[in-house]
Design a protein around this ligand. Structure first.
Ligand SMILES: [Fe+2]
Length: 292
């Protein structure tokens, strides 16, 4: 694509080298009235699409994302896949090493994205997780515990990298009670019925990655086009949050679409109908809401 030429004439949201990052910490309150009340106010950090190993994605960018995450003091950290881009699981080892010193009271969890499958490292990468404190969830459930209550967190392999029948068999569990679902691609939400009343944590779209004034988003990774891009959406009878992610693919930069660390505060307030994200730039105070 000719994005390089176009980008040269536009202010980049962050440099061609992708760092210094200009990472935005996006805070959103997500209304989930059916959650156990003990989880009211739970702070979930969501990071996805680091793409460490892709051209231009430096260790400095990844470390900056982890640093911003830690500064937000989340209760739990979720990594939404596409953490690496490349044929060697050593990249995942490097990412996990960069996570040393990062912790959250309820733990750090991860799911695999399409890039871990595309590069054929899903098994070797899983082995690297096994040597780290990060709990990789491959169609598995863990229970977050708070105030005597339990909330299922279900991590799924990227949905278009596993048989649809496998996912369909898992749906009754997802829809039987309020839960968090960590799954890379937002297209997964189309499988959910109104019985689902939890929260899907997704990435994959990069928020469009290159967003040009008057033209719009240049990249779309959803089979539904621009139906899912970034921010909060309905999902079955629940909600979904799509983070713009951190890194870049296809072209080694972002335009008009900064990398995002998402800090989601869960609310069980039944009176709240709409929640809007607010954005905290890397070096400034709170700005008005924006959905990339
Ligand atoms: Fe990605």
């Amino acid at each position: 694509m000719a994005a390089g030429g176009v980008a040269a004439a536009l202010p980049l949201s962050y440099g061609m080298g992708l760092h210094p990052s200009g990472i935005e910490v996006v805070r959103a309150r997500i209304n989930l009235p059916f959650l156990p009340p003990a989880f009211n106010g739970l702070k979930v950090a969501l990071l996805s699409d680091l793409h460490y190993g892709a051209v231009g994605v430096t260790a400095g960018l990844v470390e900056a994302a982890f640093e911003r995450t830690l500064q937000a003091r989340p209760d739990v950290i979720c990594l939404g896949g596409d953490l690496v881009t490349g044929r060697t699981s050593g990249l995942m080892r490097d990412v996990l090493a960069m996570l040393r010193g990062v912790s959250a009271p309820l733990g750090i969890f991860a799911a695999l994205g399409n890039h871990e499958f595309r590069w054929g490292i899903e098994s070797s990468a899983a082995a690297e997780f096994g040597k780290s404190p990060v709990h990789l969830l491959r169609n598995e459930t863990v229970f977050l515990k708070r105030g005597g209550a339990r909330l299922p967190l279900i991590g799924l392999d990227n949905f278009f990298n596993q048989p649809l029948d496998t996912l369909r068999r898992l749906l009754p569990e997802l829809e039987s009670r309020p839960c968090l679902v960590l799954e890379h691609s937002p297209d997964f939400a189309a499988l959910l019925s109104p019985r689902f009343n939890g929260l899907v944590l997704a990435g994959h779209t990069h928020g469009g990655q290159v967003v040009l004034p008057g033209i719009g988003r240049m990249l779309s990774a959803s089979r539904f086009g621009l139906r899912y891009v970034a921010g909060e959406y309905p999902a079955g009878g629940g909600r979904m949050y799509i983070t713009r992610g951190i890194g870049a693919v296809l072209v080694p930069f972002r335009v008009g679409c900064p990398p995002e660390v998402s800090i989601l505060e869960l609310s069980t307030d039944r009176r709240m109908q709409v929640s809007l994200p607010s954005v905290i730039p890397a070096k400034a105070g709170i700005q008005s809401a924006s959905r990339a």
